[in-house]
Design a binder for this molecule. Structure first.
Ligand code: ADP
Ligand code: MG
Length: 196
């Protein structure tokens, strides 16, 4: 199930749904947003320290749990089935480790400016697609925590638009798809445009 499904009585896959009184995608989206806002506050209200946001794989899993753990039992746990986007389940762990190792290197050697590090982190995280759902929202927050941790304002994604069918989503997805071919220019530009 995904949020671009038409809203209303559309049935969605409720396996692992913790909250009992959710019947529509709209209600689900609101419950998730409420959960996510707590994580957003924790990490973006003030610049997080290295202790709070260590940028390790284990912490990245934890972040997903903090964002979705009140709604989904599988929050913070990597998926066990193949999705059309994303690494094979048995590669998720190692691919995430590579990503955070690369991030450490980028920082050590100043390989890319912070905004480009954030765009690359965002894309590679969402490309690995570790979870059943929430990968986009998780990867965007991950990148924003990086921005905030190292002294930048976060990117003010139009989350409400990006998670449903809209011009903003179409533009976002074409930037993500360009990054699939190693062309990061569009995604970097998009990050730049929405800087608060
Ligand atoms: N071709 C692609 N390559 C990499 N990531 C993609 C691609 N297409 C979509 N995505 C990412 O997957 C996300 C959707 O995954 P999903 O787990 O449903 O996240 P969410 O529930 O937060 O929207 C999109 O927001 C986008 O970031
Ligand atoms: Mg989704």
């Amino acid at each position: 199930m995904s949020h671009e499904d038409p809203e209303g009585a559309t049935p969605f896959n409720s396996d692992g749904l913790i909250l009992a009184n959710i019947e529509t995608l709209e209600q689900l989206f609101i419950a998730e947003a409420r959960n996510i806002s707590k994580a957003t506050l924790k990490y973006l209200a003030t610049a997080p320290s290295k202790r709070v946001a260590p940028f390790t794989r284990e912490w990245a899993y934890r972040l997903h749990k903090e964002m979705f753990g009140e709604v989904w039992a599988w929050a913070g746990k990597r998926r066990t089935t193949q999705t059309n986007i994303g690494a094979p389940p048995h590669e998720i762990d190692s691919r995430l480790k590579d990503l955070f190792d690369d991030l450490t290197e980028w920082q050590k050697h100043n390989t890319y400016p912070l905004l480009e590090q954030a765009a690359r982190l965002h894309h590679r995280a969402v490309h690995i697609h570790p979870f059943n759902n929430g990968n986009g929202r998780w990867a965007r927050l991950l990148a924003n925590i990086l921005m905030k941790r190292f002294g930048s304002v976060p990117v003010a994604w139009l989350e409400a638009d990006i998670t449903k069918q809209s011009a903003a989503r179409a533009e976002y997805l074409s930037a993500i798809r360009a990054a699939d071919t190693q062309d990061y220019a569009l995604l970097i530009k998009l990050h730049q445009r929405y800087l608060k």
